[in-house]
Design a protein around this ligand. Structure first.
Ligand SMILES: Nc1ncnc2c1ncn2[C@@H]1O[C@H](COP(=O)(O)OP(=O)(O)OP(=O)(O)O)[C@@H](O)[C@H]1O
Length: 262
């Protein structure tokens, strides 16, 4: 099954996945994926359940290293030219440069403020003014400031689901990462909270390089510059989102985006 992809541009290789093969134990789940993600683009990863989208996403910040049996079989992921699986790479600082937001919003059982500054605390920042400024900046970036500025020291768990997810985005952007990975960020939210997160992603466009796993085709159409369609661990087609949904090159892509493939 040949993969099609847009011709490379000079800035095409910010996140460069090359001949990437990945397995859990003996069970290979990603096969020979080549994918160049563009700096500051919003890229959606789509495909049926189990096709390896989350695994690829979690390989980009090496959070999957935490799974004992997970391993790179062969190939590379480069970020800004650096092979992130090379032994010299400091995984902690790699992850610090890559924010991650999960399907199930997961604020810590602490105050809104402490969630917003969590990454800075871990990084050793102690200065009160610096922490306050960072909290305000990241809560403004995540479009939550106006709703929480008068209750910063109340528990994060008192917020609505959508607010908790925006707090998780605030926590992720506080360290000013270059990349934001999102694994079905709206899957647990109602349509109104979903729309707010999509608006937020649109507002943040250009400030981060987004990679977003979504099952929601309409969402991919609304927010993504580029879309990559995966099937059974292989990249089938990668192109401008309008092309993937309006003019897919391959039959398999067309079947998936028109709901005829599950
Ligand atoms: N921690 C793990 N241990 C073993 N196998 C895993 C693990 N995580 C995922 N897998 C397997 O890897 C394959 C790809 O799963 P992955 O979650 O990456 O797919 P996905 O496309 O994101 O699916 P979904 O849309 O359902 O989240 C599946 O066969 C899955 O069972």
């Amino acid at each position: 099954m040949p993969a099609t992809s847009p011709s490379p541009t000079p800035d095409a290789s910010f996140i460069q996945v090359e001949k990437f093969n990945y397995a859990y134990g003996d069970h290979q789940v990603i096969f020979d994926v080549d994918l160049d993600l563009h700096r500051q683009d919003i890229t959606a990863l789509i495909g049926p359940s189990g096709c390896g989208k989350s695994t690829l996403l979690r390989a980009i910040n090496r959070i999957n290293d935490l799974v004992d049996i997970a391993r790179v079989v062969s190939g590379h992921i480069r970020i800004d030219g650096v092979d992130i699986y090379s032994p010299e790479v400091d995984v902690i600082s790699l992850r610090r440069n890559i924010g991650m937001v999960f399907q199930k919003y997961n604020p810590f059982p602490r105050s809104i403020f402490e969630n917003a500054v969590y990454g800075l605390r871990v990084a050793g920042v102690k200065d009160k003014q610096e922490l306050e400024e960072a909290a305000e900046r990241s809560l403004k970036l995540s479009a939550l400031w106006d709703e929480v500025k008068d209750r910063l020291h109340e528990p994060a768990t008192g917020l609505s689901g959508g607010q908790q997810q925006r707090l998780c985005i605030a926590r992720a952007v506080a360290l000013q990462p270059r990349i934001l990975l999102m694994d079905e960020p709206c899957a647990a939210l109602d349509p109104i909270a979903t729309a707010r997160i999509e608006d937020l992603i649109a507002q943040l466009r250009g400030q981060f390089t987004f990679v977003i796993v979504t099952h929601n085709m309409e969402q991919a159409k609304r927010i993504a510059d580029k879309t990559a369609f995966f099937y059974k661990g292989k990249l089938v087609e990668y192109d401008d989102t309008m092309e993937i949904f309006g003019n897919p090159k391959l039959k398999l892509t067309e079947q998936y985006v028109t709901g005829r493939l599950v």
